[in-house]
Design a protein around this ligand. Structure first.
Ligand code: BGP
Length: 478
């Protein structure tokens, strides 16, 4: 094979809460992200107690895809996308999460969006929850601390699987389910699992216990989906920031091995159907028991995923004797011994640029799990300038070129089975970690600034035509 497979799924990636807007339209209820304030360079986003804002929540309006979807999908089609990876806003379907019946207006919205995509030959690839747990389930039930939330998630999955069974083939259960392993950042447990850790609680214990419920929810959804449509491909989705040893010092190697468990714990269960030995040992050491009930192990064993999707943005490194040397907990994935890698350059937000890391990750994940992989996020967050109506985003094109080269090496030289590649934020969206519009990923520019001002006009960046040619030539013209 000298070329990527003809059916390689070139696409773009988005998440409902970061681009749809219309946060309370069409009967939609608030989700956990609807109470996240805007951040700014270096200032973390905060979780507020109220829903009705007296503070600015950038995702409430986002880029208003809710009313612009026809225009945006036409642009995606012009680019030649074969798939669009996005999510279903859980609270459009179940505004509070615990209702018996779904909200028809929310279901109709996704019918309209999926029909519009399919009309243009673009297949939707859908994440059930991309940081979108209903706020009511977080506030009233403590999110995935409660076993009841497993049933609410499965009910939501059942409704959308049935409704869209002829329109969607590829599904994922939870976006970046593993980033909550970084319990030092309160945002992740909140957006992944609907949990706020109380004073005096051991965050890691809380995380592991609720993770059991979330893993059950994922496994039950996989089983149910396969019953509803045996052709469904249902995947896990993880963030993979590989941790390199800083040197060949054996203790650095071991420090990296241990740190990488943060990345592997969730997919180890979702792919292999049981808890890995290192996690059971850690639980024993910290004196935590999981809320396992009769039958749970069988569900985990029988609800394994069909493929593994992941996001890749950067790599990091650890040094066994470094303590909190890392410059930022997000960048270093909450690793106490995270350090800067002197061989790599970084984006304006400090995310390292490491295309070889993508080839490394593709090999690591494929050899560990022997399942088809799907890169459902990869991209370069940068400030874009509009000059005479044009955006010359050459740094972004360079980033994609080098990463697609890495993809080709992994597939063509290493034999990795890869389903497709969907760059993150194909159109500018609200940044998740910072809450800014200024950190842009798109190949389509949206005129909206950090304060929410702007015409919302869409403009093609230079990367738009570049990527169109990449897709047209199946990755030959880079
Ligand atoms: C991933 C999320 C996305 C997205 C992306 C880029 O963690 O799945 O939702 O936002 O990262 O991150 P950011 O927007 O913070 O730059």
């Amino acid at each position: 094979m000298t070329q990527l497979p003809q059916d390689f799924l070139w696409g773009g990636a988005l998440a409902a809460h970061q681009f749809e807007g219309g946060w309370n339209k069409g009967g939609k209820g608030p989700s956990v992200v609807d109470v996240l304030t805007a951040g700014a360079h270096g200032v973390p986003r905060r979780i507020t107690a109220k829903v009705e804002p007296d503070e600015f929540y950038p995702n409430h309006e986002a880029i208003d895809f809710y009313t612009h979807y026809k225009e945006d999908i036409a642009l995606f089609a012009e680019m030649g996308l074969k798939v669009l990876r996005t999510s279903i806003g859980w609270t459009r379907i179940f505004p509070k999460g615990d209702e018996a019946e779904p909200n028809e207006e929310g279901l109709q919205f996704y019918d309209d969006v999926f029909d519009e995509l399919l009309k243009h030959g673009i297949k939707p690839v859908i994440t059930l929850s991309h940081f979108e747990i209903p706020l009511h389930l977080a506030r009233e039930y403590g999110g995935f601390r409660s076993r009841k939330v497993v049933d609410f998630f499965v009910r939501f999955a059942e409704v959308v699987f049935n409704r869209y069974k002829d329109k969607v083939e590829y599904w994922m259960t939870f976006n970046e389910i593993n980033n909550q392993m970084d319990v030092s950042n309160p945002l992740f447990l909140w957006t992944n699992a609907g949990i706020q850790v109380e004073e005096g609680e051991d965050a890691r214990a809380v995380m592991y216990q609720s993770a059991h419920h979330q893993l059950l929810a994922s496994a039950r959804a996989v089983q149910l989906g396969h019953k509803i449509n045996p052709d469904f491909k249902i995947g896990a989705m993880v963030s993979h920031v590989p941790v390199y040893p800083f040197s060949c010092h054996p203790e650095d190697i071991m420090a990296a091995e241990i740190a990488n468990r943060e990345r592997f714990f969730f997919p180890d269960v979702q792919v292999r159907g049981k808890y890995p030995a290192y996690a059971l040992k850690e639980l024993e050491r910290i004196g935590v028991s999981l809320p396992i009930e009769e039958g749970d192990e069988k569900i985990l064993a029988e609800g394994t995923v069909d493929y593994l999707a992941f996001s890749y943005y950067m790599s990091t490194a650890v040094k066994h004797d470094a303590v909190n040397a890392g410059s930022d907990s997000i960048i270093n994935g909450g690793l106490d011994n995270g350090v800067d890698n002197p061989y790599l350059e970084a984006s304006d937000w400090g995310w390292t640029i490491d295309p070889d890391g993508l080839r490394y990750v593709l090999n690591t994940l494929y050899n560990r799990y022997q399942l088809p992989l799907f890169i459902v996020e990869n991209g370069f967050g940068a400030v874009d300038e509009v000059v005479d109506g044009a955006i010359h985003d050459h740094a972004r094109i360079d980033y994609f070129r080098s990463h697609i080269e890495a993809v080709k090496s992994a597939v063509l030289e290493d034999g990795v089975d890869l389903l497709g590649y969907t760059p993150w934020g194909i159109i500018d969206v609200v940044s998740f970690t910072t809450g800014e519009m200024k950190k842009r990923y798109g190949m389509i520019y949206v005129d909206r600034d950090n304060d929410g001002d702007g015409t919302l006009k869409r403009l093609k960046k230079d990367s738009f035509d570049w990527y169109r040619k990449v897709i047209e030539t199946n990755g030959q013209a880079l």
